[in-house]
Design a protein around this ligand. Structure first.
Ligand code: SAM
Ligand code: SF4
Length: 334
């Protein structure tokens, strides 16, 4: 296989070098904006990539120039062989990272350290115990907070993800920022996105503009704009003299499609070339038939739409018929 110097480039010239692999659709929480209360239908283990397949697919992506892999889900840490998967992927020449709800982090911190995995995103939608447990429909707030503190104490690069939803947690924006005063974390405020089953309505969303107005009103000249990294999906800020930083991810009101470098691989082995796209390419079936998956990868990314998976308007995003063709976030892999 001649791969030296290969890149995954779409028709608009965007180089795709960042792969997000969903390890499972299962989760030990039921965040209402992500997962239906009853969970999603469980499917036989055979439809999902096993450890060997995950590593093989990852190697193929790396041979095509991927240099960053983030493990996600569902909740990646509920998968029984996740430790071995992390160990195997850490052998590849990639920057390896993970997104987790934090509940099981204490069981894995030694593995993260031993393989050199430094960048950990943890979902945290509220700093209030009752509210957080209401949002996640489970009672793990104390465990999550103690695990976040454990990560901070051990000098991990911790990003905290909060989906900001009107009348749910928009009243906590200033509390989130105050959390960065003494804690070296990067708090990320994410606009509420539409997926199958999450009853999306942009009236419930809080836009980048509204979030920044609230913050500016409180901190005015102390809000410092930070440089964004290449392909960053966030606009980055900090409050002068605070230890941590924060960002707003405006995937709905102002998507970062121009510089998108992301590819998503679902737990059942399908590539999605955009989070908002309804179409998928089944590379696991091809792999199992012994077919070459390189050309499938290249073709799928080449076909990527220029903007938000072709969902160009708010009408399309709000249209539940369009939306229900897409999976729940927990099945896509956030
Ligand atoms: N279970 C892990 C976690 O919660 O971090 C990883 C998977 S989760 C699907 C990944 C990210 O997607 C989380 O930060 C979550 O907040 C975000 N997410 C889920 N549903 C969303 C929605 N409707 N809009 C915006 N972000 C969402
Ligand atoms: Fe689970 Fe993460 Fe979805 Fe919450 S956001 S239900 S923790 S996958």
């Amino acid at each position: 296989m001649e791969t030296a110097g290969k890149q995954i480039i779409d028709q608009f010239g965007r180089v795709h070098d960042y792969l997000r692999i969903s390890l499972t659709e299962r989760c030990n929480l039921r965040c209402f904006y992500c997962m239906p209360e009853e969970g999603i239908a469980l499917r036989p283990r055979s439809v999902f990539m096993n450890k060997k397949e995950i590593v093989e697919v990852a190697k193929t992506f790396v041979s095509l120039g991927v240099n960053k892999i983030r493990l996600t889900g569902g909740e990646p840490l509920v998968r029984s062989d996740v430790r071995e998967i992390i160990q195997a992927l850490s052998q590849l020449p990639v920057d390896l990272a993970i997104t987790t709800n934090g509940v099981l982090v204490d069981n894995f911190i030694d593995t993260f350290k031993s393989v050199g995995l430094k960048s950990i995103n943890v979902s945290l939608d509220s700093l209030q115990k009752e509210k957080s447990n209401r949002i996640t429909r489970r009672e793990y707030f104390d465990k999550i907070m103690s695990n976040i503190n454990l990560l901070i104490k051990n000098n991990f690069h911790v990003k905290l993800n909060a989906v900001i939803i009107r009348d749910v947690n928009d009243d906590e924006l200033i509390d989130f920022i105050e959390f960065t005063k003494y804690n070296n974390v990067h708090f990320r405020f994410i606009e509420f996105m539409p997926f199958d089953g999450n009853k999306w309505d942009w009236q419930k969303g809080v836009s980048f503009k509204e979030i920044m107005n609230t913050i500016d009103l409180k901190y005015s000249n102390s809000v410092l704009r930070l440089a964004d990294r290449k392909n960053d999906t966030a606009k980055n800020f900090m409050i002068k003299d605070y230890f941590g930083t924060f960002a707003v991810i405006s995937s709905v009101s102002n998507p970062f499609c121009d510089t998108c470098n992301r590819i998503r691989l679902t737990a059942d082995g399908k590539i999605k070339n955009c989070l908002f796209s309804n179409s998928e390419t089944d590379i696991l079936s091809a792999l199992r038939k012994g077919k070459d998956i390189q050309h499938l990868i290249l073709e799928t990314i080449n076909n990527k739409k220029s903007f938000r998976g072709g969902m160009n308007t708010f009408e399309q995003l709000s249209d539940s018929a369009q939306r229900n063709k897409n999976r729940t976030m927990v099945a896509i892999g956030g």
